[in-house]
Design a protein around this ligand. Structure first.
Ligand code: OAD
Length: 259
């Protein structure tokens, strides 16, 4: 903890990379954890363009279930500590693989409390958002938090512009990441003195390689995760524990004057 705190204090720019584990204590299941299965389907079977072409109803049923589950969750002390750091010191970028919107909710909550603009704490969403949709017909993309009725192919979400079938605006296996978000994340990783990696198994590319960009540029890595990952061996400090408990301790006082 002392080593991690010292690295954080010394860093001028920090990239935070998060994965499903940062939301585990909010009640959102991780992908590769015990609750990762839905009706005996693995995420890798449903989160693909082929699965959506084959059975859009089944895929929407899964996303509708995930939306409802996540909508009932609140940011936990880990999300709030990260948002507070991003709002109270300069040079912090939060990049997430999560599609649950909980970093954004934390940014809004802490910004309200501090009477600040939430922007510096809004995350770069590498894998999209459960609460955005994209039209498979005209390409229109917009925010959408409505409950999903996937009882029948006829009731699936339809585009407000052209009536075409909507899909969740998330990145599926076999698809590329949104190029602007990836570019900004890569730039932040290359320019960071410290990459704080939280709650990711670090198995999915290109997200998992962002901390290595920081290291290749001379920066350091700090990992927060109850279990070892492929990044543990290259991290300068590893904090074993849940992020909802570890991050508030690590980041208390992490705001810099003038930030
Ligand atoms: P995973 O489910 O692969 O990994 C979750 C990580 O969180 C594991 O390393 C756990 O040990 C850790 N963890 C569990 N509880 C935690 C806690 N309380 N605090 C901190 N860490 C905890 O999820 P991701 O690494 O996010 O992609 O998965 C990456 C991508 O794989 C996802 O974004 C998704 C998936 O396929 C797409 O859908 C494109």
């Amino acid at each position: 903890m002392d080593e991690a705190r010292a690295l954080l204090e010394a860093a001028k720019s920090v990239l935070v990379l998060t994965g499903a584990g940062v939301s585990a204590e909010s009640g959102v299941p991780t992908f590769r954890g015990e609750e990762g299965l839905w009706k005996s389907h693995r995420p890798e079977e449903l989160a693909t363009p082929e699965a959506f072409r084959r059975d859009p109803r089944l895929v929407w049923e899964w996303y509708g279930w995930r939306r409802a589950r996540v909508a009932a969750c609140d940011p936990n002390p880990g999300h709030l500590a990260l948002a507070r750091m991003a709002l109270t010191r300069d040079g912090v970028t939060i990049t997430t693989q999560n599609v649950d919107g909980l970093h954004e909710a934390a940014a809004l909550e802490v910004a309200r409390e501090l009477d600040r603009d939430p922007d510096p704490a809004l995350p770069l969403e590498l894998h999209g958002s459960l609460f955005r949709v994209r039209c498979t017909g005209c390409g229109e993309c917009y925010r959408d938090r409505e409950p999903v009725d996937a009882s029948d192919p006829e009731t699936l979400p339809a585009c407000r512009a052209c009536g075409g079938l909507l899909r969740p605006d998330v990145v599926w296996f076999g698809e590329g990441l949104p190029s602007d978000v990836l570019e900004r994340s890569l730039r932040a990783a290359r320019g960071a003195d410290l990459c704080l990696v939280v709650g990711t198994s670090a198995l999915v590319q290109p997200a998992a390689s962002l901390p290595l960009r920081t290291r290749d540029g001379g920066g350091r890595i700090v990992e927060v995760n109850p279990r070892p990952t492929p990044l543990s061996g290259v991290a300068s400090a590893v904090l074993r524990g849940g992020s909802g408990e570890v991050l508030p301790r690590l980041l208390s006082g992490a705001g810099a004057p003038g930030g």
